[in-house]
Design a protein around this ligand. Structure first.
Ligand code: CA
Length: 384
């Protein structure tokens, strides 16, 4: 079996109502998709993560110009061989960001092909499912004004709870005082300590402000405190871990085994959050997970992409071993983006949804999804 072709699709659509996280305003949702086809008629899909401020054309260009020529004609089952080939070839200009997202997209597509070739879900090829369903947590609480939105956000918390979510992640990073107002309003609105909260400042603060917020967060039932400082400031991650009893999470802006190795060596994280669409795909997160497990760090994938990235995340969530085994261990949890995304789930013909508080993990071959090409075409732009 050989890789016969590789097509890239850049999907974009403006949002009716732009929203903000601490780093800026999100005006559009986008995705970089790749379809790898084989000489015996299989087609695998992958997705490069494009975060809110990231133009999807960057990963698309890297796929087209840097990686497509490297993988054409190769055996798609050589997932590890091709990963290292792509990484080594791009090391001097890649290693992070959109270039790693491009590798991720191709890698996910190759695993999708492998699953179809062996008629098994990807989780089976990785050694089997630790679980067949996963609890989702609601990601939301984006801002429409910026500050002074605590009452609207408190209502949003009730809406997530009423929709069945037992865990939710609050976007903070709009000033420590405003953040504390938001947490107090949400806590009052929920009034139910069985709801688990996470917070995410998207690295809005330096160490002192991050510590000040972290001290205030200790009053709440916080599962993790995400990206408290910029990803480069590993020393502050360590300091915050030492000074707070709230678990520290990060890693959505880190990449590859090399990047995560540094975080683990520095004991910077309680929870590692590689994004499968940008950390290097299935191959990389498999290896990052092994490293995390050996370092006592929980892996909880970040995912904010469209249906292909979500499907890849579900396959990995099936495989993750618990970090601290016990009769009642802490299980990984699915990031379930509740913010506006006009084509996220329309991309596939059988979108999953939360039912009875859980999401079932697809058990079909590969990613277990079928892509709606009419939706791909509707949102696609020509790529250079
Ligand atoms: Ca985040």
């Amino acid at each position: 079996m050989k890789i016969a072709n590789l097509d890239v699709f850049v999907l974009k659509t403006p949002l009716d109502q732009p929203f903000a996280f601490s780093q800026g305003w999100v005006h559009q949702r986008s995705a970089t998709l790749v379809r790898v086809t084989t000489d015996n008629g299989l087609a695998g899909w992958g997705e490069a993560f494009t975060q809110g401020l990231e133009p999807p054309e960057i990963a698309a260009a890297a796929i087209t110009h840097a990686f497509k020529p490297l993988v054409l004609g190769c055996n798609p089952l050589d997932t590890s061989v091709l990963w290292h080939k792509m990484y080594n070839q791009s090391r001097d200009y890649g290693r992070k960001g959109s270039v790693l997202a491009a590798i991720s997209a191709i890698d996910i597509a190759l695993w999708d092909i492998a699953g179809q070739f062996y008629s098994q879900p990807i989780y089976q090829l990785l050694g089997g499912a630790q679980r067949t369903s996963v609890q989702p947590y609601a990601t939301g609480f984006y801002r429409l004004e910026g500050k002074n939105e605590s009452q609207r956000l408190a209502k949003e918390a009730r809406d997530h709870r009423d929709a069945g979510f037992r865990a939710m992640k609050v976007k903070l990073g709009f000033g420590v005082a405003d953040d504390i107002d938001v947490m107090a309003a949400i806590s009052d609105a929920l009034g139910d300590h069985s709801i688990e909260l996470m917070v995410d400042t998207n690295h809005a603060y330096g160490r002192a402000e991050a510590l000040s917020l972290g001290k205030a967060l200790e009053a709440y039932n916080i599962r993790w405190y995400e990206e408290p400082v910029v990803p480069e400031d590993v020393e502050s991650y360590k300091a915050l871990r030492a000074q707070l009893c709230v678990p520290i999470a990060g890693g959505e802006n880190e990449h590859s085994t090399f990047g995560f190795n540094h975080l683990f060596q520095q004991h910077a994280l309680d929870v590692a959050q590689p994004d499968i669409g940008s950390c290097g795909g299935i191959t990389a997160i498999r290896d990052i997970t092994a490293m995390a497990q050996a370092n006592g760090v929980m892996v909880n994938p970040h995912v904010w992409g469209a249906a292909v990235a979500q499907a890849a995340s579900l396959q990995i969530l099936a495989t993750l071993p618990v970090t601290n085994h016990s009769l009642f261990p802490t299980e990984p949890i699915l990031e379930y983006d509740r913010s506006d995304h006009p084509f996220r789930q329309k991309l596939i013909d059988a979108p999953w949804a939360m039912r009875d508080g859980i999401v079932n993990i697809p058990d079909g071959p590969g990613l277990g999804i079928k892509i709606n090409m009419d939706v791909v075409d509707e949102y696609s732009l020509p790529t250079a």
